[in-house]
Design a protein. Structure first.
Length: 89
């Protein structure tokens, strides 16, 4: 399983969300999940099972082949956990 976090520039916000996803996966006891981050244009060449982005980016992730998790608030761990659990189910 591979999760790719995307943002406009692929630096700060996507890296922060990546770290939070790793924390949530640990809390959920999920192993064997690869989590990376990238900018939006690079994401098109990086296949993943789940793409994560803020709601302004998420619409552009549709059609890349994986599930899309759209976050309303990138620092809300509870929202991330809930939406990630749904995507992993």
């Amino acid at each position: 399983m591979k999760i790719l976090v995307c943002c406009g520039s692929g630096l700060g916000s996507s890296f922060m969300i990546e770290m939070n996803i790793k924390k949530v996966l640990t809390e959920l006891g999920k192993t064997g999940v690869e989590v990376n981050h990238a900018d939006l244009s690079s994401a098109k060449g990086m296949p993943a099972d789940i793409y994560v982005g803020t709601r302004d980016i998420a619409v552009q992730l549709n059609g890349l082949g994986g599930k899309v998790v759209s976050l309303n608030n990138m620092i809300d761990i509870n929202e991330l956990k809930t939406k990630l659990q749904e995507a992993l189910a």
